[in-house]
Ligand binder design. Structure first.
Ligand SMILES: Nc1ncnc2c1ncn2[C@@H]1O[C@H](COP(=O)(O)OP(=O)(O)OP(=O)(O)O)[C@@H](O)[C@H]1O
Length: 305
């Protein structure tokens, strides 16, 4: 078996003051994937990423990056990962080009092997190469952060909420670049609050909640787990109250003639649900269904936990 890109075992972190941010988390990020790390606010995602980057000391457990244990081989582990942090922090007096050169230098990348201009081109900042960083827009700064994380060509790139507060166009550009890097062989880990985005982009998704791992599966399997389905039925007369039937998990009158019915696809199918509506003496005028998505699964898992 090929070694994982990131391997985390029983990782725990208790902050001073007693807050247990990670409570024994174990999982692998397979090489070559785009891996989503999801969780509600305060779940422990940033703590986990900060342990990998060496900014937070873990309390117990182990972690390795590209086969290098973060305690035993910290330099190799750090050289194997690029991290795009949540917060934008730059020296305002350096230009984007200088910023990348400086960081490449810090990572010990020889001048001949640096690729500052290439990176600026990839994130569409070529024409800003020599502008002061402080004159860049928020979106440009974010793109520069991504380029900065790649100066030492790490095999693993971690993006911590990279598109929070970023407009749709820029988000699309960032994702296009992430996909491109992934196609070139870079393993990508991202945390995001945009479940739609994770669903579209990630091969596999892990969910943490209150410092514990509550899911870790291929995205499609996770989405298929949503057991509740929704069907909206327009009937042929005005109703004062919705009809009842054992196969409805929930039924809501949405308008005088529109019923929104939630049912469990493990127990019944749409035909039985519609038959129950007809059985209540109602004529069916129109039907639409909503496919469950990652948001449904996410909510049901985090609520259950
Ligand atoms: N330096 C710290 N000292 C004490 N508690 C902390 C510290 N950093 C984080 N915490 C707490 O640990 C828990 C996990 O925080 P963390 O930032 O890892 O969550 P997160 O999943 O990244 O959330 P978000 O999506 O809001 O960034 C939270 O309850 C937070 O308040």
């Amino acid at each position: 078996m090929t070694e994982a890109a990131i391997s985390i075992r029983a990782l725990a972190k208790t902050y001073k003051g007693g807050k247990r941010a990670l409570d024994g988390v174990t999982f692998d990020v397979p090489r070559g994937q785009i891996f989503g790390l999801l969780g509600p606010n305060g779940a422990g995602k940033s703590t986990l990423i900060n342990i990998l980057s060496g900014m937070v000391m873990k309390t117990s457990g182990t972690a390795s990056i590209w086969g290098f244990d973060i305690d035993e081989r910290p330099r190799n582990a750090k050289a194997s990962i690029g991290i795009v942090p949540q917060e934008i922090l730059f020296d305002p007096f350096f230009t984007p080009y200088e910023t990348l050169e400086l960081f490449a230098g810090l990572y010990g990348v020889p001048k001949a092997q640096r690729k500052s201009m290439e990176l600026l081109r990839a994130v569409h900042l070529e024409d800003k190469a020599n502008a002061y960083s402080r004159t860049l827009s928020g979106g440009m700064k974010r793109r520069l952060l991504v380029a900065k994380a790649m100066v030492h060509s790490p095999p693993v790139l971690v993006l911590d909420e990279p598109t929070a507060g970023v407009d749709i166009e820029l988000r699309q550009q960032l994702w296009a670049y992430v996909r491109e890097l992934n196609a070139q062989g870079v393993t990508v880990v991202l945390t995001t609050h945009y479940l739609e985005e994770a669903e579209e982009l990630c091969d596999r998704i892990a969910i943490i909640n209150h410092g514990r791992l509550i899911a870790n599966e291929p995205t499609r399997d996770l989405v298929n787990k949503a057991q509740e389905k929704l069907v909206q039925v327009t009937v042929d007369r005005d109703l004062d109250a919705p009809p009842a039937a054992p196969c409805f998990e929930k039924i809501v009158l949405k308008g005088e003639r529109v019923l929104e019915i939630t049912y469990s696809k493990a127990k019944v199918n749409a035909g039985e649900v519609l038959a129950a509506v007809s059985g209540a003496g109602l004529g069916i005028v129109d039907v639409s269904t909503k496919e469950a998505d990652l948001e449904d699964v996410f909510l049901s898992l985090t609520r259950a936990a």
